[in-house]
Design a protein around this ligand. Structure first.
Ligand SMILES: NC(=O)c1ccc[n+]([C@@H]2O[C@H](COP(=O)([O-])OP(=O)(O)OC[C@H]3O[C@@H](n4cnc5c(N)ncnc54)[C@H](O)[C@@H]3O)[C@@H](O)[C@H]2O)c1
Length: 277
């Protein structure tokens, strides 16, 4: 089969919907088989609705519709043993591992850092930072067995600069950059490349939800996406409020492919010029 990642196997976390689903489908379009995991349930503090087992099954159907193989598991990236079992089983069934996309994450809105509850802080660090470390940790032995690979960590523009109301998220996403650089220097000699992508606002449930509408438009009784859009646009240099999941997937695909064979340790914004501001 032809394709930019033909014959490779990719492990994608947070694959039930949003960017994770898009990454799985985009990589499958270019010839990869997929190990897709997701927690498939909600978080008390998160304004986004829960992803469901049906969502993960739909991702699997989309991959199968592209004539690629897929293995799914309902796993929490905070649970190292369960994650390891899922990856080990996926590699056993699909034969190898070449690409890791540590994408799973949550977005919660918080008060100022000095007033934040410890629980809210800890949940964020556990999922968005430690979960990324555990994802890579489970995958590295398989990448080494195959002679190398490409790891892409999902950070955020909030991993390169700070937003208010999300100090815990900013800290976790900056931490992902530290993880990325550390893994890159440690694993580079083993032919494993490690990079991070930094999306601006993306049109997924993590952003497009009622709590975000109300945070940005407290002046309106029932704000919706159209009321949020002009505010989001002010973050950008290009005249758009947000990007689509596929825009991030194209960056992930490039970093995962051999086109990026000598690119490692890079923080790649897909941000409509947000970092220029
Ligand atoms: N949407 C945005 O505006 C935006 C911007 C920058 C970065 N990001 C980052 O992109 C990544 C993907 O988010 P998205 O926009 O697709 O949001 P999303 O809410 O649509 O998807 C996130 C997926 O991750 C899963 N997930 C969450 N915690 C998990 C856990 N502990 N274990 C396993 N799966 C878990 C969810 O169930 C969900 O399916 C996240 O890391 C997020 O922080 C999002």
């Amino acid at each position: 089969m032809a394709g930019r990642v033909a014959g490779k196997v990719a492990f994608v976390t947070g694959a039930a919907r949003g960017q994770g689903r898009s990454h799985a489908v985009r990589l499958a379009q270019e010839g990869a088989d997929i190990i897709a995991v997701d927690i498939c349930r909600g978080f008390d503090n998160s304004p986004a609705p829960a992803a469901s087992p049906e969502d993960l099954a739909e991702t699997a159907d989309l991959v199968k519709g592209l004539d690629r193989r897929v293995v799914t598991a309902e796993v929490d990236v905070r649970d190292y043993e369960a994650l390891k079992a899922a990856v080990d089983s996926g590699v056993e069934q699909l034969g190898r591992l070449d690409i890791v996309v540590a994408n799973a994450g949550i977005g919660t809105i918080a008060p100022r850092l000095d007033r934040m509850d410890e629980d809210l802080w800890q949940e964020m660090i556990d999922v968005n930072l430690s979960g990324v470390w555990k994802t890579v940790k489970t995958a590295v032995p398989h990448l080494l067995s195959g002679g190398g690979g490409s790891i892409v960590l999902t950070s955020s523009v909030a991993g390169l600069k700070a937003y208010t109301h999300t100090g815990h998220y900013n800290a976790a996403k900056h931490g992902v950059v530290g993880l990325m650089r550390s893994f890159a220097v440690e694993l580079g000699p083993k032919n494993i490349r490690v990079n991070s992508v930094h999306p601006t606002h993306v049109n997924t449930p993590l952003l497009i939800n009622d709590m975000t509408f109300r945070l940005f438009r407290p002046d309106l009784e029932n704000p919706g996406p159209d009321d949020l859009a002009p505010i989001c646009q002010t973050f950008h240099t290009l005249p758009i409020p947000w990007v689509n999941a596929e825009d991030i997937s194209n960056a992930v695909l490039f970093l995962a492919s051999d086109e990026a064979r000598y690119i490692t340790g890079v923080t790649l914004p897909v941000d409509a010029g947000s970092c220029l501001k």
